[in-house]
Design a protein around this ligand. Structure first.
Ligand SMILES: NC(=O)c1ccc[n+]([C@@H]2O[C@H](COP(=O)([O-])OP(=O)(O)OC[C@H]3O[C@@H](n4cnc5c(N)ncnc54)[C@H](OP(=O)(O)O)[C@@H]3O)[C@@H](O)[C@H]2O)c1
Length: 419
């Protein structure tokens, strides 16, 4: 591959693809030349600011058969993006992608294939959009052994939760607002139930912690059960609530990974994240904590990450040595040990607290405090217990026992408290 003028083909001319093309056609990156743009119904996509030399096509095969050096995949989804990425590598082309689902589900296979052929798969934009976090973990922190990562990786959840926090509105109302503002899809499940952040966490775990994990093994919990009252009680504790993606690699070899709502201190960087901002904090055994924050989405920031990957591949020149396959997937547990917040909503009557404390005691869980704001109706009374550190699985067993009682108006809500 000629490093001073690599030929680049673009698969997908949507939000990110158009922003990538803008940069490649700007004259700012003479090291690479855009040769092809692929999209379905491509005639409807044509724009006049792309040079006439660029070939527009609705045939992916045309690109795969061409002499292009690097294929940029910004179509999205797992299929047929996976088949196209694989075919590109088999045809001797390196691949740059912004596709978290593709990399979370097939990244190991694609990277192995690329390495066996001295090619590259780059995917910086697949995690935290415009923040170059993967490169920072792989290169900037290569001298450390990273053992934990925590992140706010989903803008939809950050938007919804920060709106619930600031205006005391319900999840349903905040979601409608997020959809109107373009922060949430018509079907928001992937975002609010955790699958989107889990895919990104799987990529970070493989790159940063060097522990490839299956996305399906990451324990996810939805932000749907969060209510405005949880923000009131969280504030009493100096905290707010955010969807937190967390993974750790223990010395024992165990890997923990979850995506779930959690209490975080109001004064912390996590507590201050709103909208499409993302935050990733990693902890290494030598260097301690390092944080990265910035735009986690948006066409232009994401395109900068894509083009940076393209330039890096182009600068690397011809095939490097074939590399060994990566390690197999690690088993994952979601059973983090943490202090917890548990909100009960009960039809009040004497003896409820003593039953709950007895269940905690039975499972060896220590109560730190009880919070009850005075303004609520007795027949729908929310109150909170805060608990000292315990494994989530132990708390689940205690709550399963408590939940059998007839005074609950709705199931207890347990959230870890991350300091
Ligand atoms: N947008 C962001 O802020 C952002 C941030 C980070 C990562 N990403 C990732 O970047 C990728 C692209 O996202 P995007 O926001 O640019 O999506 P998008 O706006 O929907 O663009 C996707 C483009 O690919 C085309 N396409 C989809 N399926 C196709 C198929 N089977 N055959 C041919 N063309 C097809 C679409 O054509 P039509 O117009 O006909 O549908 C559209 O032009 C995704 O993997 C996404 O997760 C996006």
């Amino acid at each position: 591959m000629a490093s001073d003028s690599s030929r680049v083909a673009l698969l997908g001319f949507g939000t990110v693809g158009q922003s990538v093309a803008r940069i490649l056609c700007s004259g700012e990156v003479p090291q690479v030349r855009l040769t092809h743009i692929f999209n379905r119904n491509v005639e409807q996509k044509r724009v006049d600011w792309v040079p006439a030399s660029v070939c527009w096509t609705d045939s992916a095969d045309e690109i795969l058969a061409s002499d292009t050096d690097i294929v940029i995949e910004v179509v999205g989804g797992i299929h047929p993006a996976f088949e196209w990425a694989k075919a590109a590598l088999l045809g001797g082309k390196s691949v740059v992608t912004a596709n978290k689902q593709l990399m979370a589900h097939h990244g190991t296979e694609l990277i192995d294939l690329a390495r066996s052929r001295g090619l590259e798969v780059r995917f910086e934009a697949s995690v935290a959009g415009g923040i170059p976090v993967l490169r920072a973990l792989q290169e900037g922190l290569a001298g450390d052994r990273l053992v934990e990562v925590r992140g706010i990786l989903n803008g939809t959840c950050a938007y919804i939760l920060s709106r619930m926090q600031s205006d005391a509105i319900s999840f349903a109302d905040a979601l409608i607002e997020a959809q109107r503002a373009g922060y949430a899809e018509a079907d928001p499940s992937e975002d609010v139930d955790g699958a989107d952040a889990a895919a990104k966490l799987a990529i970070i775990a493989a790159v940063g912690l060097r522990r490839p994990v299956r996305v399906a093994d990451i324990v996810t919990k939805s932000i749907r059960p969060i209510e405005p009252v949880d923000f009131e009680y969280a504030r009493e504790l100096g905290c707010t609530i955010r969807q937190i993606a967390r993974a750790s690699a223990e010395d024992s070899g165990a890997v923990f990974a979850t995506v779930r709502p959690a209490l975080v201190p109001l004064s912390s960087a996590f507590g201050r994240i709103e909208g499409s901002q993302n935050l990733v904090t990693v902890r290494g055994i030598f260097g301690g904590e390092t944080s990265f924050s910035g735009s986690g989405a948006g066409g232009s920031p994401t395109a900068v990450a894509v083009v940076s990957d393209v330039l890096s591949v182009a600068a690397r020149g011809d095939a490097g040595p074939a590399d060994a396959p990566r390690t197999a997937f690690h088993q994952v547990s979601g059973d983090f040990v943490a202090p917890h917040y548990v909100r009960f909503t009960v039809n009040d009557k004497p003896g409820i607290l003593s039953q709950i404390t007895a269940a905690y005691a039975k499972f060896g869980i220590n109560i730190e405090g009880v919070l009850q704001l005075p303004k609520f109706r007795k027949d729908r009374l929310p109150f909170v217990t805060t608990l000292e550190e315990c494994p989530e699985s132990v708390l689940d067993r205690a709550l399963a026992e408590v939940a059998r009682s007839d005074y609950h108006v709705q199931p207890p809500l347990a959230l870890p408290i991350f300091s």
